[in-house]
Design a protein around this ligand. Structure first.
Ligand code: IPD
Ligand code: CA
Ligand code: CA
Ligand code: CA
Length: 276
């Protein structure tokens, strides 16, 4: 396989994202076709499908041998890390897209033989692109992101959703209570790719969620890697980029603290169940 020109790929992807984002912004001035998937708050729109198809056409015409895993079904049924794999979410934060018309992103992560090589997370309405090529630094538009430093739990902002307060089948709802009491505050934005990008940028100190798909976290993990962020499943295992999984991502030090807290809670009898 010839060596890939990643700088050239970056230029192409940035242009595709710009065109896709123009379509998304334009769509918000007219009616959207919205339908429910698994529940009343699990939505898909005509634009999720249109943007996925648009981006996949671009990827396939530029890189016909690559595989694509994407949310709305136009990608491939990839079951191996071999070669170049794109993890694509055309709209991350569809509920925000429909209800708020803001705080949603296009998320694209590109892996080669399992290693994260390029990441693009574009907040469409605020015109903020978080991006990196591995080993070349991570950026928010043109501003380089700093390497992440440590923060104590007392000074930390944790991104946790309301799921943590409700009885649910994946995790004991009391598992985070002590940390929530101690930390500086909690936030939840409803678009996983942006929340991971915010950890990478230092706007959030940790993000913890029990069920994400490869297209949700693919780009975010590459960005985190580039700035020295730490991440794993809830139980501390390495994330398999082909699987649905829990994700704990945080600044170094805080990550170890939170992972130890979770281990301790499990020892005390609280449960965690990975998605299947
Ligand atoms: C969802 C968002 C949300 C996360 C869900 C994802 P979607 O993605 O990232 O924040 O909690 O697990 O499925 O469906 O809007 O692309
Ligand atoms: Ca969805
Ligand atoms: Ca998503
Ligand atoms: Ca989506």
């Amino acid at each position: 396989m010839a060596t890939r020109d990643w700088e050239a790929l970056k230029v192409k992807v940035m242009q595709w994202i710009k065109e896709a984002a123009d379509q998304l912004r334009a769509s918000l001035s007219g009616p959207l076709e919205v339908s429910e998937k698994s529940a009343h708050n699990d939505l898909v729109t005509n634009m999720d499908r249109a943007v996925e198809q648009f981006l996949i056409d671009k990827i396939r015409s530029a890189y016909p041998d690559d595989k694509i895993i994407s949310e709305e079904g136009f990608g491939d049924a990839a079951d191996t890390n071999d070669g170049v794999l794109w993890l694509l979410d055309p709209i991350d934060g569809t509920l925000n897209f429909v209800l708020q018309k803001r705080f949603f992103a296009i998320s694209i992560g590109v892996y080669e033989n399992g290693f994260g090589k390029a990441a693009f997370i574009y907040d469409v309405m605020s015109d903020e692109l978080f991006h990196c090529l591995s080993g070349k630094g991570a950026f928010q538009n043109d501003k380089q992101l700093l390497r992440l430093t440590e923060v104590s739990i007392d000074d930390a902002l944790l991104d946790l959703s309301a799921t943590w307060l409700k009885p649910n089948r994946r995790i004991d709802e009391n598992i985070m209570t002590d940390l929530v009491r101690r930390c500086s505050g909690t936030r939840a934005y409803g678009a996983a790719s942006l929340e991971l990008a915010y950890v990478a940028a230092g706007y959030l100190d940790a993000y913890f969620t029990m069920r994400l798909s490869p297209w949700d976290y693919g780009a975010g993990l590459i960005l985190l890697n580039e700035v020295g962020g730490s991440y794993s499943t809830a139980e501390g295992a390495q994330i398999d980029i082909l699987s649905k999984t829990s994700v704990l991502a945080a600044r170094p030090g805080l990550y170890e603290y939170m992972a130890a807290h979770i281990r301790d809670q499990v020892k005390q009898g609280k449960f965690i169940r990975e998605p299947s």
